[in-house]
Design a protein around this ligand. Structure first.
Ligand code: AMP
Ligand code: GLY
Length: 423
């Protein structure tokens, strides 16, 4: 098979690494990719949302499957774009239809979907400039802290958690007046849920599903989960508190009603569903849906999948996932992100990365790198995701930290406490 993978981060390097191992693979292309994906496939200079160029490339290179890494092309309707064009409708697209992608593209859509199918989540109300008074009254009815979410995509920045009631009302007003552009013309106000979070990934062909290994990511820049939010500083899988009892609840109360809801609403969905869950006293509740894999969770989840990834994705495309068995590794996998100093604020790019050839027993997934004059240099805030296996979480972490000590670029930083809350 010839596969075109869209994206350029650590998630895409991990997906490319998984697809590369498939016995069904002929050619793998990554658009636009990074210096890491160039080692497992061919990078092509095409943007992830340039549908016209993606179509032309797919025709020219006899592509059989397009695997979509990030959410933007999905929310912009790449699945429908392929399905509705007779020149390319034979090409499988791994991802939901545009309607399905609304589970991530609109927080209000996702909340109403959960309400319709009795999927446990925080109480909420949705507000526009037309009913601000209702929003303020809902805030009055809640206890602090207050959760305000821009309805649309806001590059992961659209959620505000505020301690003071008057501040929450002021920020609600600002959001409705364009704080996050059109994305916050509608705002979802939610009850605050207290608990520990985890990420559950479901692969579905729209009828049947497989639950992939559960992961936990670490979003804040500082140790002990302090400081600014980032794209993710590390991840661990499996997650000890997501035990059989918890996962049985996840399956019965969340995964099955979600698949049932998609079928009932006649929403085509052939891809990954990312459930952002919170464990509230042993009860799983949905914080958010995403319609793609997580980053950096993919850098631990894909290394734990032993089944042929392309075979599973083909079964998704042909709606035969129920005939497949998902085999997984029973070890721990962890990943630690090396980032550019200053991130998630301002940081410099173009720093030469050394020591990659000395790495032993870890897999280095590239997140923000590129090749320049025969050298690999930094090209983003998140630079390298260093993944290791272990019989225990600590054994895996020791291996990642040992290898990180041998990798160098100017001003690099990583969190030393990944997994700290799972002991
Ligand atoms: P989201 O972009 O929806 O993932 O939200 C970003 C982060 O805000 C989540 O990962 C949670 O840590 C937090 N969060 C979102 N909604 C809630 C909620 N209802 N209660 C507590 N924390 C929340
Ligand atoms: N790690 C969270 C995300 O990918 O959205």
């Amino acid at each position: 098979m010839n596969v075109l993978l869209l994206g350029s981060g650590g998630r895409e390097h991990a997906l490319a690494w998984g697809i590369r191992k498939s016995r069904y693979l002929n050619n793998l292309y990554i658009a636009p990719g990074n210096a890491g994906t160039a080692a497992v496939g061919t990078n092509v200079p095409v943007g992830v949302a340039d549908f016209g160029a993606i179509k032309q490339f797919s025709l020219d290179h006899d592509i059989d499957m397009v695997v979509v890494g990030p959410e933007v092309p999905l929310v912009e309707g790449i699945y429908d774009y392929f399905h509705e064009d007779e020149d390319i409708c034979h090409i499988a697209v791994i991802g939901p239809s545009g309607k399905g992608a609304q589970l991530e593209g609109s927080k209000d859509f996702a909340k109403r979907f959960m309400e319709s199918y009795h999927i446990p989540t925080a109480r909420f109300t949705t507000v526009t400039l037309d009913n601000v008074a209702e929003g303020n009254a809902f805030l009055d009815s809640l206890a602090a802290p207050y959760v305000l979410k821009a309805d649309g995509l806001a590059s992961g920045k659209g959620v505000l958690i505020v301690d003071d009631l008057n501040e929450a009302k002021r920020l609600l007003w600002e959001m409705l007046n364009g704080k996050f552009g059109a994305a916050s013309n509608r705002v979802v106000i939610e009850e605050f849920l207290s608990g520990i979070e985890c990420s559950v990934f479901v692969l579905t062909d729209g009828k049947s599903y497989k639950i992939l290994p559960v992961a936990k990511d670490y979003k804040r820049i500082g140790e002990g989960d302090t400081g600014l939010n980032t794209g993710g500083m590390g991840a661990v899988s499996p997650v000890p508190f997501a035990d059989e009892v918890f996962m049985e609840k996840v399956r019965n109360r969340i995964v099955e009603p979600t698949i049932e809801g998609l079928r009932n609403e006649k929403i085509e969905y052939k891809g990954f569903i990312f459930l952002g869950l919170i464990n509230v006293g042993g009860e799983p509740k949905v914080i958010e849906y995403n319609v793609r894999m997580g980053d950096p969770e993919t850098e631990v989840v894909i290394p734990l999948v032993r089944s042929d990834l392309l075979e599973l994705l083909t079964a998704v495309a042909t709606e035969t996932l129920d005939e497949k068995i998902l085999e997984t590794d029973d070890r721990y996998a962890v990943t630690v992100m090396m980032v550019s100093g200053g991130y998630p604020g301002e940081y410099e790019k173009g720093k030469v990365i050394g020591g990659l050839d000395m790495v032993q027993d870890s897999i280095v997934f590239h997140a923000g790198t590129k090749e320049e004059g025969g050298k690999i240099v930094t090209s983003g805030g998140r630079v390298l995701s260093v993944t290791s296996y272990g019989r225990t979480m600590d054994e895996a972490l020791d291996t990642s930290y040992r290898n990180i000590a041998g990798i160098s670029f100017e001003n690099s930083y990583c969190r030393k406490d990944i997994g700290f809350d799972l002991h």
